[in-house]
Design a protein around this ligand. Sequence first.
Ligand code: SF4
Ligand code: SF4
Length: 93
Amino acid sequence: MIPSGICPANKGKTQTTKQHNMAFKGAIEIDTQKCKGCSVCIDNCPTGSIQLSKMVNSKGYHYAEMIGEACVGCSNCGIVCPDSVITVYRVKI
Ligand code: SF4
Ligand code: SF4
């Protein structure tokens, strides 16, 4: 007897494969007025998704900003930021 919901052709292998291929897409939000432009987040981003802006904040610091679409939501930047000014969002895709 084949349980309902599982295709008899692959005997449920598709479900297992999906679990192993889970991927995430991420995004970050930076409180630019509190950023001091130390670049620690940039040095610790595995996907090169952060750069220092050409613009400066009210304190005169070039602040960090997200670039591109490669962020995977790993949270490295949020963890290493000495001033905790990065919020990380992550969604399963
Ligand atoms: S969450 Fe990870 S991938 Fe995304 S910007 Fe931060 S360090 Fe980079
Ligand atoms: S680690 Fe924090 S303070 Fe330093 S540049 Fe990145 S966001 Fe700004």
